[in-house]
Design a protein around this ligand. Structure first.
Ligand SMILES: Cc1cc2nc3c(=O)[nH]c(=O)nc-3n(C[C@H](O)[C@H](O)[C@H](O)COP(=O)(O)OP(=O)(O)OC[C@H]3O[C@@H](n4cnc5c(N)ncnc54)[C@H](O)[C@@H]3O)c2cc1C
Length: 617
């Protein structure tokens, strides 16, 4: 069977890659292991979070699946950073894992351009004409295709650890695939494995929730998918609970250090710094005697709950001892014990900003195999690889996201510019422009990219309507004047808007520190008797509120931006005697194509940047 594109792996990266390429008209084969559910969530049952919620909305604005699937399976919504103001807020949705996976499978298998093949790929080769050939474990040819996106997650060279138990596997209950180099000769790996871990799963019926603090779903939090109503819910909402570890918990862990594969040398791989195991917390922060544990349901029907914060690979008996010291978990029964997994990672500096190998044309990588951790990071890369594999097949120019206007751009820029020595996770501080890269204005930021894809779906019509409303309303805010007269002064008083000392515009009113700009704008529009799309109102209100800060920040970023877009010839730089040996070495390794990419390379000195800016562009 011949396809335009083959996607290997049906996880979060694979789903997005296959879906978007199929939407762009390619005939896509999605080959994925038979014993792993499509779109399964092997770790925490949640999508979104700080920085990650923005990525989910970016994927959604480009026509991807993650936001839609999260809404359809959402059982608890939260707005994170709520107290810090609109500019840095992010949405996080607790999922029913089974519903998420079953909707993912339904959507993917019903797309007319996607053929799902449930087999394990054992070897990928290239024939003389340049087609990629995919073989199964019996060495039978499964399919051929022009392009390939590899999204095999933690499965390549995967080794599972729990205490002294060590066995091959991609995740619990699933066998691993071969090592990356066996799957595809000539691919450069990082040379070391990465590691991640997961907590045990506990039986809901054996937990004493009355000893924990309930955390209800936020009814006002916005849904992810832009075609859903702002706070639309599809499933009943449930509570999560908060409890804590204590001195006894940490004492048990500390007493058993030599049984921890992380600390006794059994695990060599580097783990995610921002998602530490409970062993890491116990030893790296010896002065702390308590840590949060969030008790998160894994679904509406299942008994399984996920204790977020106690990821562990200690032996099963020690896991049981320390978990049962936690308030509310004294009599808890285990459904699955926690474990860690080590896996192979691609050397992402060998990829360009479309996530295509610089050495093997037509070969793309996305997701955890690129050294990231997290569903959202994986999905964002899947989208980029899928779009670009499709554009390349169609003979069109690539689509590269700018880091100044998207977190996906930030992530891909960071990944392809630096050799990774630890798993990569997105957070807002990675962006130079985070006041602008917000959840609320995702359509303003991403619509131009979507337009470049030349699609004409319901999403595109919605985006046009949104932008029309946004522009009209933005003008209205600047032009509508509250004249200083007794009627308006009274009204300001009654409405709690403060005093009216001089004529002010609606935009100026929204900037007042004590007012919630979103509520105020909705209220005023209601008074005027005019209606706009809810999402446009929200975004206009927030951009007016922060206009001053955003302008200041954007003047700075524009300067950097102009320079960043300039193309450079890395070969000339790598042979320049005026650049230090170390910098030249890094330039040759990464092969940057723009000044922006050069800037992102770790270890490139300011003096080198100044020299390049002054002499090469
Ligand atoms: C134990 C564990 C703990 C984790 N902990 C965290 C955490 O703390 N924080 C966090 O953010 N993320 C965590 N994750 C990571 C999160 O699950 C991933 O980031 C995310 O699922 C990656 O998506 P992906 O699409 O790259 O890969 P996956 O979702 O893993 O999907 C890979 C897919 O490829 C398929 N596949 C693999 N090899 C082959 C082959 N040879 N042929 C055909 N199909 C193949 C698999 O069946 C699977 O469907 C954890 C994952 C695991 C397994």
């Amino acid at each position: 069977m011949n396809f335009n594109l083959t996607v290997v792996g049906g996880g979060h990266a694979g789903l997005e890659a296959a879906w978007i390429a199929a939407e762009l008209g390619l005939k896509v084969a999605l080959i994925t292991s038979p014993n792993v559910k499509i779109g399964s969530t092997p770790c925490n049952p949640a999508i979104g979070g700080v920085g990650k919620g923005q990525v989910v909305r970016e994927i959604d604005a480009m026509g991807g699946l993650m936001g839609l699937l999260a809404d359809l399976s959402g059982i608890q919504y939260r707005t994170l950073n709520e107290s810090k103001g609109y500019a840095v807020q992010s949405t996080r949705v607790q999922l029913d894992k089974d519903i998420y996976a079953s909707n993912a499978e339904k959507l993917i298998t019903s797309h007319k351009n996607i053929t799902v093949i449930q087999k394990k790929v054992d070897k990928i080769e290239r024939d003389k004409l340049g087609s990629f050939l995919f073989f199964d474990e019996l060495r039978d040819l499964i399919v051929e295709s022009d392009k390939v996106v590899v999204t095999t997650g933690t499965f390549l060279g995967g080794v599972l650890h729990r205490g002294c138990e060590k066995k091959k596997g991609g995740r619990v209950g699933c066998s691993s695939s071969k090592d990356l180099r066996d799957l595809f000769a000539n691919v450069k790996t990082l040379g070391k494995k990465f590691k991640t871990g997961t907590p045990p799963r506990l039986d809901k019926n054996t937990i004493n929730f009355s000893k924990m603090m309930p955390q209800p779903s936020d009814i006002k939090a916005n849904s992810f998918h832009c075609l859903h109503k702002s706070s639309q819910r599809f499933l009943p909402q449930v509570e999560c609970y908060l409890t804590r570890t204590n001195e006894e918990t940490l004492e048990i862990i500390r007493e058993n250090k030599e049984d921890s594969p992380i600390f006794n040398g059994q695990i060599q791989g580097v783990g995610p710094r921002y998602c530490p195991s409970i062993e890491d917390k116990a030893f790296r922060y010896p002065d702390r005697n308590t840590h949060h544990v969030f008790i998160e349901p894994e679904g509406l029907e299942t008994q399984s709950v996920y204790p977020n914060g106690v990821s562990t690979s200690l032996p099963a008996s020690i896991q049981e001892s320390f978990i049962r010291t936690i308030s509310g978990l004294e009599n808890v029964e285990f459904l699955v014990h926690g474990y860690a997994v080590e896996y192979d990672v691609v050397d992402v500096t060998q990829l360009d900003e479309t996530l295509q190998s610089q050495d093997i044309e037509g070969l793309y990588f996305a997701g955890q195999i690129n050294g990231t951790s997290g569903y959202e990071e994986a999905a964002g890369q899947g989208l980029i690889a899928g779009i670009n594999a499709a554009l390349s097949f169609l003979g069109k120019s690539p689509l590269v996201f700018n880091r100044m206007d998207s977190y996906i751009g930030v992530m891909v820029g960071d990944l392809t510019s630096n050799k990774r020595d630890e798993p990569y996770r997105l957070f807002t501080a990675r962006s130079e422009n985070r006041l602008f890269i917000r959840e609320d204005n995702v359509i303003n930021r991403l619509a131009p990219y979507r337009k470049a894809l030349g699609q004409n779906r319901a999403l595109d019509k919605f985006q046009s309507q949104y932008l029309e409303d946004y522009n009209l309303l933005s003008e209205l805010c600047e032009s509508y004047l509250y004249k200083k007269n007794s009627k308006n002064m009274n009204y300001f008083n009654q409405a709690g808007y403060g005093s009216l000392e001089e004529n002010i515009t609606l935009a100026e009113l929204l900037k007042r520190a004590h007012l919630d700009p979103v509520e105020t704008l909705f209220k005023e529009l209601n008074n005027f008797g005019v209606q706009f799309l809810d999402s446009s109102v929200r975004s206009v209100a927030i951009s007016k509120k922060y206009a001053g800060y955003i302008k200041r920040a954007s003047t700075e970023t524009e300067k950097i931006q102009k320079l960043s877009l300039k193309k450079i010839n890395w070969e000339m730089l790598a042979s320049s005697k005026n650049i230090s040996h170390e910098c030249r070495l890094r330039i040759s390794q990464i092969r940057p194509s723009s000044f922006g990419q050069l800037r992102q390379i770790e270890g490139i000195r300011p003096a080198t940047l100044a020299f390049v800016a002054g002499n090469f562009i």
